[in-house]
Structure formats: structure tokens, C-alpha cells
Design a binder for this molecule. Structure first.
Ligand SMILES: Nc1ncnc2c1ncn2[C@@H]1O[C@H](COP(=O)(O)OP(=O)(O)OP(=O)(O)O)[C@@H](O)[C@H]1O
Ligand SMILES: [Mg+2]
Length: 254
């Protein structure tokens, strides 16, 4: 069994009186790929913000590689956060930079982009960045400007950038919602295969439940801030799907 990379324990958060995260607990092992599904407003993005401590939850703990993030602040928290790679719905690349330089910027995440350019990172860093691009099938586009790549290619660059950060955990918030179904499946497959090869734990928010089976090991279903499903992907049935998306209140299936 792989070691636990991320532990979320009893995470609870309210905006006003409404609980948005309600006693959310789960563990993710190194190299494990977990899809998080749930209707709009279920708390998926808030969960990610609480994991990174951008939102300080009212209760509960987040433990990353043995360190309790929720107990850290200031420089210690900033340092610990570097162990989390983020991939967003919008690709957040620097448009005028090449694919390779965008990945290099991830490798040197502690520096602002202009420093990355001014410092002219050495051959090792560039070689590592190129290796990350190859992992997502984009070595041939290393020199292309980010804004001349297709959406799917740009999202692969974003994955390569997160990889180059050499983080323990990657959080991807709807990374393929602006892509067509075919590119979506291949981008998710690329993410999963590098995660497994590198032992990176991946949590991926998704609206398209149909895409889960191709890439995730496990599915966590959130509804109204609660975990209502937590099963291996192969065991995810229509009943689970209904439990997550149907409005009627019912007990949890595990
Ligand atoms: N800063 C905030 N202040 C008040 N309420 C908030 C804030 N952020 C989120 N919420 C509320 O918390 C709930 C969960 O929001 P969240 O963005 O986590 O949902 P989600 O599952 O990511 O939805 P979607 O699938 O639409 O992205 C929603 O009801 C939302 O309105
Ligand atoms: Mg969201």
C-alpha cells in the first residue's frame, strides 16, 4: 500500500449559517488519482481552497506528507504549499512565453516569472522542463508560444508545469471543462499516467461523470458539502451517481 500523501480529517466550513463543507474526511495515497464529483455548489472548489488553506476551515485538519497544513501560517505555510500543484479550468499560462518557459516557471515556482527569464535557468532545469513536456506528449511543441497552442495542448502544458514543481499532490479544479470530449479524455489520461509514474496524489474535480472510468482510481461524491460516495471507480454505479446528483436526502453509500 502506498503511503498517504494527503489526509483531510473532519473538514467543516460555513459561509454564514450554511455549511459548505460538512465533516469531510478522506485520505489519498501517493500515486492515487481521485475524481471528485458533485452538483454545482456542492463544495468542490471550497474543498480545494480549504486544502490549500486559502480558506481556513472552521474545523478539521489537512495533513500533507505528514505536516499539518491547517496548523501552519506565514512563511511555513507558504513553504508547505509548494508541495501542492494547482491546475485550473483556465490554463493560466503566460501567453507570450513558449510552452517550455511556462514549464520552467513552474519548476522555479518560488520566483516571479520575470526573474525566471532574467536568470536564464541552467541546462538542467530546461532539460527537466522538457522531460515534463514529453511526459504529456508535447516535446515537439516546446518552442511554441502558449497562446498558439490548442486548448488541450495548453492544458497539457499546465499539467507539465505542475509536474515540474515536483509536488506531492496535484489539485485540478475542472481542468477539462473547456475542452471537447476527446481532448478531455486524453488530457485526463496524461495527468493520471504521470501521477502514477511519479507517485503524485491527484484530486480532480469533474462535472463530466462519464470521463471518470478512463482515468480515476477512486470517486468521491460530494453533495451539500458532505461526502456521500467514496468508492473505487470500478464500483461506481448508477445508484452512486443518483446519490450524488439526486436532490432527495439519503444515507451515504460506501
Ligand atoms: N466566498 C464565498 N462566500 C460565500 N459563499 C460562498 C463563497 N464561496 C463559495 N460559496 C458558496 O459555497 C457553496 C459551494 O461553492 P463551491 O464553489 O465550492 O461549489 P462547487 O462544488 O465548486 O460548484 P461548481 O461545480 O459550480 O464549481 C456554494 O453555495 C457557494 O455559493
Ligand atoms: Mg467549483
Amino acid at each position: 500500500m502506498s503511503p498517504v500523501a494527503l489526509e483531510v480529517d473532519g473538514l467543516t466550513h460555513r459561509y454564514g449559517v450554511r455549511p459548505v463543507l460538512d465533516d469531510v474526511s478522506f485520505e489519498v495515497a501517493a500515486g492515487e488519482v481521485v475524481a471528485i464529483v458533485g452538483p454545482s455548489g456542492a463544495g468542490k472548489t471550497t474543498l480545494f481552497r480549504a486544502v490549500t488553506q486559502l480558506v481556513r476551515a472552521d474545523a478539521g485538519r489537512v495533513v500533507l506528507g505528514g505536516r499539518e497544513l491547517s496548523a501552519l501560517a506565514g512563511g511555513e505555510l507558504r513553504q508547505a504549499r509548494r508541495d501542492i500543484g494547482l491546475i485550473f479550468q483556465q490554463f493560466n499560462l503566460v501567453r507570450r512565453l513558449s510552452a517550455l518557459d511556462n514549464v520552467v516557471a513552474g519548476r522555479l515556482a518560488e520566483l516571479p516569472t520575470w526573474r525566471v527569464l532574467v536568470r536564464r535557468p541552467g541546462p538542467t532545469v530546461r532539460a527537466e522542463a522538457l522531460e515534463c513536456l514529453s511526459r504529456v506528449g508535447l516535446a515537439d511543441h516546446a518552442g511554441s508560444r502558449a497562446d498558439r497552442l490548442s486548448g488541450g495542448q495548453q492544458q497539457r502544458v499546465a499539467i507539465a508545469r505542475a509536474l515540474a514543481q515536483r509536488t506531492r499532490v496535484v489539485l485540478a479544479d475542472e481542468p477539462v471543462s473547456s475542452l471537447d470530449p476527446e481532448s478531455s479524455a486524453s488530457v485526463l489520461a496524461a495527468l493520471a499516467s504521470v501521477a502514477r509514474a511519479e507517485g503524485i496524489a491527484v484530486l480532480c474535480n469533474l462535472h463530466q461523470v462519464d470521463l471518470i472510468s478512463g482515468f480515476a482510481d477512486r470517486v468521491i461524491g460530494l453533495r451539500d458539502g458532505r461526502v456521500v460516495v467514496d468508492v473505487e471507480t470500478a464500483a461506481f454505479t448508477d445508484d452512486h451517481r443518483a446519490l450524488v446528483y439526486r436532490p432527495a436526502p439519503v444515507g451515504a453509500l460506501r
